[in-house]
Every structure is written in C-alpha cells, then in structure tokens.
Design a protein around this ligand. Structure first.
Ligand SMILES: [Zn+2]
Length: 389
C-alpha cells in the first residue's frame, strides 16, 4: 500500500510538473501564431533608417502565457531578445484577466464561463488569482517586475516621465535596454471597488483599458450585449484614473463608452490596438468619426497587426491602414498597436518589424511620418501624460 501511495505521489508530481512546464506553452503555441512566410527582404535604406528609430508598440498580451519575457521563446510574438533584434524601444504589456467561453467580436455574455481559469491553475499562478480577477492583474504585473529585477540592463518597467527619459537616454548611449509599461485589458480587475484603481497604480499600472470582450461594471463593451455608456461607477473610475495620472485605453469599449469618456475627460486617451473601419470594415473597429474625435482631443490610435484590425495583415497591408489613419486623423495620432500574443495570428514577430519600415518607405511615406508612427507619437503622448516621477 505504502509503495503504491509513493508511486501515486511520484506520478502525480510528474504529471503536475509536465503540465506546469508544457501546458502554457502548448496553449500559447496553438493560439499565438506567426504564419509561415518567406524571410522579408529589407532594403539597405530601410535598414539604416530603422536603426535610428525609437519604436514603441502599444499592446501585447505576453504576460498571460507564463513565460519569462527575458527569454527568447519559440512560441508567441514578442520577448526582450526579439525586441532587441527588431530595434524596439518599448512594449506596452497588457494583463488579460478574463475571457468568456466562445469569445467573439459580435456579442458575449458577461456570465459566460471564464476560459482563463485553467491558465491560472495550470500555470501555477498564486491560488488567490484562480478566483480573483484583481489578483490576476497583480500577478502579471509582478511577473514583469520580477523579469526587470533579474536583468535591469535588459528590461526596465517604465512608470514615469523620468523613467521614460532614462530609458531613452540609456538607449541613446547604446545600452541594450528595452522598456515595458503595464496596461490592464479592461477594468474588471477593479472588482467594483474604486480603491483598486490606486492599488493597481501602486502595482505599476499606468494605462487602463475600460472594457474587454464583455460588459462590465464600468459600462458596455464593443463586443458585449448592452451597448451602454459609462455607468456611475465607470464615471467615478475614469475620474480616479485621471486623478492618478493613469492613461485611459478605450480599445474594446462600446461607442457609447468612448463618447462618455471623451465628454468627461480632460486628457488625451488611446485606442491601444485596433484598426480603422474605413480601411477594414469589421466589428472590431470603431467608426471613423469616433476615431476623429479621439484624435481631435490629442489621442493616439495603435494600428494592429492581425486580420480583424487591418484585414490584410501582411506588412504592406498594415502600412495601408497606417496610411489611411494618417490621412484621416493626422500624422500625430497614429501609432503601432500589434496585439502581439493576444491569441492572434500575425505575419511578422517583433524581430521582423524592420519589414514595416521597408514597406512604409516603399509606399512613399516621409521620414517624419515613419518616425512618428513607429514611436515618436507614443513618446510624445507618454511624456505628456505619465506622472513626472
Ligand atoms: Zn484586446
């Protein structure tokens, strides 16, 4: 009997270890794909210009998958080594915390079974996070800080203007450092408690999305059922975010929420990952007129690298949406918002971003347009909106 129990114990331990080491990778490997393609030919002129750019991407879901961003991964789209290869300066890391079963762009119920619970259990996340959405956001932030602690020369978590300037200075001196900024994908991690805005700020979050795929206590999702604007709690949360200097992200918010935020807020807002409806007519993208209002208030639109955002997700296709965005909104309001590692299929991982510079030059973009879209617009917005220290 004893031998049986020991055997059973060893077996269970081995099974759990196998799940821990392989399951998150297996899940990620089946949803975050880089479609097979021939290597991109980058013209010398593009390569040269690319090496002088400051490149910022406004959205990736990398922290969900339990891998250390310092390690080069054979799955997914972005990590620090691939950022260095692609000359990226900074990645906004979003925390995904709840995903309804049957997730789709049309209509999701807030009560649908949550698909992320197995990820938290199999990934051996802290037990609190198995049931608490708030704790899931805390865990993902701490994982990013833990990577920074392991190698601060490789990765710096940016929480202030001073931190951003220090990062850009280090890079200008030739140090191989990249930055990360934390964003919540939706504000359901508040769990209805306004005090959690400040707590998440203290955990390092500097950008907060309001909704994800379902309506929450702040208001309606672009893919929810109510279509409603900000609730009273949503208004109070937006005001609290502004008080703390948190940047608001309306990617995935209902048009009514976006209009309410624009009416309520005095600061520019962002759409961290999206496309433009006039360039790609999908349910994922907000109407052009609303995008114009966001831009008119100083906002920034991050253009995604996946099909539902840009329809044609080849580098040349992404550049077409960027061109459309510049023509519609002005050169100061368009940025990159890849949605890397967001259960997306892309044709270009972080190491292959020079392909964008190549296609922009080929499409006749000016150097100024390329510099701004690739990152200088994001630098300007972050310098303007992040807290000083
Ligand atoms: Zn998203």
């Amino acid at each position: 009997m004893k031998r049986f129990l020991v055997g059973l114990g060893v077996f269970l331990l081995a099974a759990y270890a196998a799940i821990y080491f392989f399951a998150p990778g297996l899940i990620e490997g089946s949803v975050n794909l880089v479609e097979e393609h021939a290597p991109y030919d980058i013209a010398d002129e593009a390569r040269e210009l690319h090496s002088t750019l400051t490149i910022i991407d406004l959205h990736s879901d990398t922290m969900l998958w339990g891998r250390n961003p310092l390690d080069r991964s054979s799955t997914g789209h972005v990590d620090v080594p691939r950022m260095v290869e692609g000359n990226m300066a900074l990645q906004v890391f979003s925390s995904t915390t709840k995903s309804p079963a049957g997730q789709n762009y049309e209509s999701n119920s807030a009560d649908a079974r949550d698909q992320l619970t197995p990820v938290t259990v199999l990934g051996l996340w802290p037990i609190k996070s198995w049931t608490s959405i708030y704790e899931r956001a805390v865990h993902q932030a701490r994982e990013l800080y833990s990577a920074e602690e392991q190698d601060p020369t490789a990765l710096q978590v940016v929480t202030s203007r001073r931190g951003l300037d220090a990062l850009l200075e280090a890079r200008a001196e030739g140090k191989p450092t990249v930055g990360g900024i934390l964003l919540t994908e939706g504000s359901h991690p508040l769990e209805g408690d306004l005090a959690n805005v400040q707590k998440l700020y203290e955990e390092g979050y500097r950008i907060m999305g309001l909704q994800h795929f379902f309506d929450n206590r702040l208001g309606g999702s672009l893919h929810g059922q109510s279509g409603e604007g900000l609730t009273e709690f949503g208004k109070a949360a937006v005001m609290e975010m502004e008080r703390l200097g948190i940047i608001i992200d309306v990617a995935h918010s209902s048009p009514a929420v976006v209009r309410d935020v624009l009416a309520l807020s005095n600061r520019p807002i962002i759409v961290s990952h999206t496309g433009l409806k006039g360039a790609c007519h999908t349910k994922r993208n907000l109407e052009d007129d609303l995008m114009k209002e966001i831009a008119a208030k100083g906002g920034l639109i991050g253009i995604g690298f996946w099909d539902a955002a840009v329809c044609d997700y080849t580098p040349a296709g992404i550049v077409k949406s960027v061109r459309y965005g510049i023509d519609l909104l002005g050169v100061d309001h368009v940025a990159l918002g890849s949605d890397y590692d967001g259960s997306t299929t892309v044709l270009m991982d972080a190491s292959e971003i020079p392909a964008l510079t190549h296609e922009m030059l080929k499409a006749g973009f000016t150097e100024e347009e390329i510099r701004k879209v690739m990152g200088e617009n994001a630098v300007a917005l972050l310098r303007d909106l992040l807290p000083q220290d």
